[in-house]
Write a protein that binds this ligand. Structure first.
Ligand SMILES: Nc1ncnc2c1ncn2[C@@H]1O[C@H](COP(=O)(O)OP(=O)(O)OP(=O)(O)O)[C@@H](O)[C@H]1O
Ligand SMILES: [Mg+2]
Length: 226
């Protein structure tokens, strides 16, 4: 039997308002994400993929609809509670890694755990542990610009998982990588889904990678079409 969904979104609507006109970007989008599953979202540029990830990542609120995480209604939570949920339950990986260039790989990865108030010893121990999982332990003391694009993106994944999230939201994490590095990053995400029972949602333009996921969601004009 399938587990209950980790995240459930129902009938999400979202529009941007600019100079008096409102543009509908998401129309009745419903989605369920399960632990241990990697799901991809594909669709033309501008169809609303990133907007959907923002809403599911509790970075913005829909105009209407429902979002629950572990069967808890997260839209009822105030901003403070949402920030706590985001820091503890969610990990984000973007197209450009957004690593801090003045910090070593190890410091970058430990940072979210330090920010969550954990001790230096515990944070650095866990940072080494997740870097090891991603095959990057030998790069711990390097600075990000001394790594390949694929390695930088794997450091970004290490940073996203240090607080043991239940869900990873990845917005075109392989968008600026070559084929080989894209495959590596993708296989790291698939492995994390299976081994750590994390739910992974990945936006990608790479159909081959999308199709290797457990599920593919196709979007067009703010709707899920398949
Ligand atoms: N801040 C904003 N103000 C107004 N419209 C916006 C804003 N951000 C995005 N949009 C519009 O919302 C729609 C969806 O944008 P979104 O970024 O979600 O698309 P996407 O599917 O992620 O595209 P891409 O594949 O190019 O990243 C687009 O038509 C875009 O122009
Ligand atoms: Mg986008």
């Amino acid at each position: 039997m399938k587990h209950p969904p980790l995240l459930q979104a129902k009938n999400l609507k979202y529009s941007f308002n600019e100079t008096g006109t409102s543009t509908h970007v998401l129309n009745d989008v419903s989605i369920e994400l399960f632990p241990g599953e990697i799901t991809s979202i594909v669709g033309p540029s501008g169809c609303g993929k990133s907007t959907l990830l923002y809403l599911l990542g509790l970075l913005d609120r829909p105009d209407s609809g429902e979002i629950s995480l572990n069967e808890k209604d997260v839209l009822k939570c105030d901003d403070k509670k949402r920030t706590i949920l985001r820091n503890h339950k969610l990990g984000f990986v973007f197209q450009f890694h957004f690593l801090i260039k003045e910090l070593s790989v190890l410091d970058n990865v430990a940072l979210p755990m330090r920010k969550a108030g954990k001790s230096k010893t515990a944070s650095y121990e866990k940072a080494r542990d997740v870097l090891g999982k991603l095959g990057l332990l030998d790069k711990s003391n390097r600075f990000p610009h001394k790594l390949s694009g694929g390695e930088q993106q794997r450091v970004a994944i290490a940073r996203a998982i240090i607080n043991s999230p239940s869900l990873i939201l990845a917005d075109e994490p392989t968008g600026n990588l070559d084929t080989e590095n894209s495959k590596k990053v993708h296989s790291v995400l698939s492995k994390l889904a299976i081994e750590e029972n994390i739910s992974v949602l990945i936006v990608t333009h790479n159909l081959e990678l999308a199709q290797s996921c457990d599920r593919v969601i196709k979007m067009r004009d703010g709707r899920i079409i398949e």
